[in-house]
Design a protein. Structure first.
Length: 184
């Protein structure tokens, strides 16, 4: 589940793409807390197929309800950094991620590279659809799960949906959780 702040109005309509720089991925259950989805004046719950999808959107693990996963992500972030001696916290990562994931006006920021250089867990655009790069193959994304993998040329540059710093975290050994439909 993701959080970007209060995105909805009193009629439960999404009216803005984000309110905060802190885009986090939370556990669906934590310490018995119960929430009404899109409750007035409370953050808007966003639901993702899997962790890889949330990373493609530019979220990072929550430091409270997913503390262990946050620490693993943070360690990989530091390992991927050119300044490994620096103290890195949530605000530092959020500042970088915010600059990499969204353009003014709400559009998604993307970048281009060759698919052969990408680590597993990265999302790319292929044939006007989002695809997960996993187990050396491209898995077309849907709300219900991944479809059967497709092949693609590694010669042509592709549009990458996952922010660059998160791709570097994957390159440093952090492996995102993926939906079971991509494991077969």
């Amino acid at each position: 589940m993701g959080n970007r702040g209060i995105l909805h109005d009193d009629e439960k309509r999404i009216v803005v793409p984000w309110r905060l720089k802190r885009w986090i991925t939370c556990a669906l259950s934590f310490r018995g807390r119960k929430r009404q989805v899109f409750a007035p004046h409370r953050y808007s719950e966003l639901f993702f197929l899997d962790e890889a999808t949330s990373f493609a959107a530019g979220h990072r693990p929550c430091a409270e309800c997913r503390r262990e996963r946050y620490e693993e992500f943070r360690a990989a972030w530091i390992a991927a950094s050119s300044n490994r001696a620096a103290k890195v916290g949530a605000d530092d990562m959020d500042t970088v991620l915010h600059a990499e994931r969204a353009l003014h006006g709400g559009a998604k920021k993307v970048w281009r590279t060759h698919p052969a250089s990408l680590p597993p867990g990265t999302f790319i655009e292929h044939g006007d659809r989002a695809h997960l790069f996993w187990s050396g193959r491209l898995w077309p994304w849907t709300f219900a799960g991944y479809e059967d993998p497709v092949s693609t040329s590694t010669a042509a540059a592709v549009t990458v949906l996952t922010p660059q710093s998160i791709v570097r975290v994957f390159e440093s050994g952090f492996t995102p959780q993926v939906h079971r439909s991509a494991l077969g």
